[in-house]
Design a protein around this ligand. Structure first.
Ligand code: AMP
Length: 280
């Protein structure tokens, strides 16, 4: 694996491959890598000739500075894993490479309703930050494919919108959520869970799965309330439990039995915020 810290060197390297008509798959991450990231990389290796992974903990997508400070960093282990997984290129920029000036942190994107619902409502500015960094990374890497996880479902819809806004030729490939044996969605933030928190964390997936089994056409408002109640009783502080149309995340209170749905949740265990979703 070749590691680049500078844009110019990475682009020079990629140019050589692109002139050989090699396709590039791109997996942007914030590091503290786990099997979820590996699944994206594996998919990229299946589809593309070369796989570029980036590790950059992007400050502009953290609405909470404490969350940014506490974000797990594990760079040596990450490099070891990427080597083991067969990644071709790691882009490891520092902040000045991505945001040379303060003005570079101010670009804004018209994301419509997606911006202010669910994650957007509870993490104001989060998706603007995601778009800023992904636009910048896409400009640098110019991939044929961009890989993202369903675990961050709203982010996937935001990325689709971003690709459209910036007229990017990259195709978004959404990969299924990888889970621990007990159902907990893998996440870098899981590293922050203590033993007791780790024991209750799978209740998020259990609750979403229970709701999934109970879904039937008609009013589904009570089902959402039941989800919130169940998690609150287990000790979570719930931001939201929502059932929404899978294609635009519009909230559904009465289901016609036809619209594809997604059941989403964000909840805190003490000060650690976890998100998850299941499709229906
Ligand atoms: P992050 O490092 O958390 O920014 O995640 C980088 C990419 O990995 C994003 O596209 C995530 O959606 C994806 N990802 C994170 N966790 C998982 C998981 N458990 N399963 C599949 N993809 C994931």
């Amino acid at each position: 694996m070749v590691i680049f810290k500078r844009i110019a060197a990475l682009q020079k390297f990629l140019q050589k491959h692109k002139s050989n008509k090699h396709s590039v798959g791109f997996v942007p991450t914030m590091g503290a890598l786990h099997e979820g990231h590996f699944s994206l990389l594996k998919k990229s290796k299946e589809i593309a000739n070369k796989t570029v992974c980036s590790i950059f903990v992007n400050p502009t997508q953290f609405n909470n500075p404490e969350d940014f400070k506490k974000y797990p960093i594990n760079i040596e282990q990450d490099i070891y894993l990427l080597e083991k997984w067969g990644c071709d290129v790691l882009f490891l920029p520092d902040i000045k490479e991505i945001y040379p000036t303060e003005a570079d942190k101010k670009e804004s994107f018209n994301l419509g309703k997606l911006e202010n619902i669910l994650e957007g409502k509870y993490r104001p500015g989060h998706f603007q930050g995601v778009c800023m960094v992904v636009k910048c990374l896409l400009n640098i890497v110019q991939p044929s494919y961009l890989f993202a996880g369903q675990k961050d479902y709203q982010q996937c819809l935001v990325l689709l919108k971003l690709l459209h806004i910036i007229n990017s030729p990259a195709e978004l490939i959404i990969c299924p959520t990888i889970r621990e044996k007990d159902g907990l969605a893998m996440s870098s933030r899981n590293l922050r869970l203590n033993k007791n928190e780790r024991i209750v964390a799978p209740e998020i997936f259990n609750t979403l799965s229970f709701m999934q089994q109970q879904l039937k056409p008609g009013s589904i408002k009570n089902l959402k309330a039941m989800g919130i109640d169940a998690l609150t009783k287990k000790g979570f502080k719930v931001d939201y439990v929502e059932i929404a149309k899978a294609y635009n995340l519009e909230s559904v209170d009465v289901w016609d039995g036809n619209d594809p749905l997604i059941i989403l949740c964000a909840a805190f265990i003490n000060d650690i915020r976890l998100i998850d979703n299941v499709k229906y």
